[in-house]
Design a protein around this ligand. Structure first.
Ligand code: KG4
Length: 339
């Protein structure tokens, strides 16, 4: 079964053709990062406009790269939540139009479920049940993946996502948006023990995260140094900050793995590209005999191949949408995949 998948929840316009869940026939991503960089973050109105401008060409290229026509595809899938509402609506409207015109079923896909599915593309031996850490620009979740369409969220961030925390720190020390990857590069040249950042405590749930205090700590560190006229090493801050984020992610995830006896861990989302996170997770999993699954770098960040993959499992589970499909800015994963 060939699915044409569309993703436009944030600042990437992406289309892919995916066969039977995991065979990626094409994967086209048009990033808008250059347009948003000037403003230090994603500007929703610019994002929607740029999606409208590029979605037709991106879809056409995905179909061409897959060596097929729209007629050869069996369904159209689209990310409908969560994300920037105007950005989501561009992809949804386009997908509805295509599905109606071509007489194909329309499959609505949750963006985070798409990130989780990214690891099925690279690892044919990864099968539920397992534990998954989703770390992206907008989300941080520890998820029990019970089957391909049933998820229990064990922990979530109470405030900012891991990616946001990295991007904010990057901005404070002078890197462009989105700065996660610059923190990663600078951290390799810095001393991770040079600065000490807090490990936030979250009352109520031992698996929940909080990154806003960490963000404030780096803001204070930089402002205080500026007021004193001190020069701080960008690389040392990056290394110390990244180590703190890694320690928090590893500690909570391993707590959940140990508590429930998981022997398989999948780490997905944009921040799963981080070399410090990958190394720290490898080490912690190695010590516990847990098999770790990490996506290929091209499937860490937003892409439509992962949406096409999840759409296949959603299709098998009977999930369909009609022309009334709407975008939803905030939709917890387990509110639709909980049963
Ligand atoms: O998954 P993603 O592309 O978008 C969302 O669904 O949110 O994640 C984007 C996030 C950004 O915060 C970006 O800075 C971060 O992933 N990121 C990284 C790296 N590459 C991307 N963070 C740390 N190290 C990296 N190498």
């Amino acid at each position: 079964m060939k699915i044409l998948a569309i993703e436009s929840s944030c600042d990437e316009t992406a289309c892919a053709v995916v066969e039977d869940g995991t065979k990626v026939l094409s994967n086209v991503v048009a990033t808008q990062i250059d347009a948003h960089r000037l403003y230090g973050g994603v500007v929703p109105e610019i994002a929607s406009r740029m999606h409208s401008e590029s979605i037709y060409a991106v879809a056409q290229k995905a179909i061409e790269d897959a060596n097929c026509t729209l007629k050869d595809t069996d369904a159209v899938a689209v990310t409908y939540a969560p994300g920037l509402i105007g950005a989501l609506l561009v992809g949804i409207s386009f997908a509805k139009g295509l599905a109606m015109a071509a007489g194909k079923p329309l499959i609505p896909v949750h963006h985070i479920a798409g990130h989780i599915a990214a690891n099925y593309i690279s690892h044919s031996d990864l099968k539920p049940p397992y534990l998954c850490l989703v770390i992206s620009g907008g989300n941080t979740n520890i998820v029990h993946v019970e089957n391909y369409t049933k998820f229990t969220v064990l922990g979530r961030t109470r405030d900012d996502a891991a990616g946001e925390a990295l991007d904010k720190a990057a901005r404070m020390i002078g890197f462009e948006y989105p700065g996660g990857k610059y923190i990663d590069e600078a951290a390799k040249k810095g001393d991770p023990t040079a600065f000490s950042f807090p490990h936030p405590k979250v009352a109520g749930s031992e698996f929940d995260f909080s990154f806003s205090g960490l963000k404030t700590a780096v803001v204070n560190l930089v402002h205080n140094a500026q007021q004193r006229g001190d020069e701080l090493s960008q690389c040392d801050i990056a290394a110390s900050y990244q180590k703190t984020v890694c320690d928090i992610l590893v500690q909570k995830t391993m707590l959940a793995a140990d508590r429930y006896g998981f022997k398989k861990l999948s780490v997905v989302g944009g921040v799963s590209a981080n070399s410090g996170v990958r190394a720290a997770m490898e080490k912690a999993c190695g010590e516990r005999g847990i098999k770790l699954y990490l996506p290929e770098l091209k499937y860490c960040g937003d892409n439509a191949a992962m949406i096409g993959c999840q759409a296949y499992y959603d299709y098998l589970a009977g999930r369909r949408a009609d022309e009334s499909l709407n975008g939803i800015a905030t939709l917890p994963l387990d509110s639709i995949y909980g049963e």
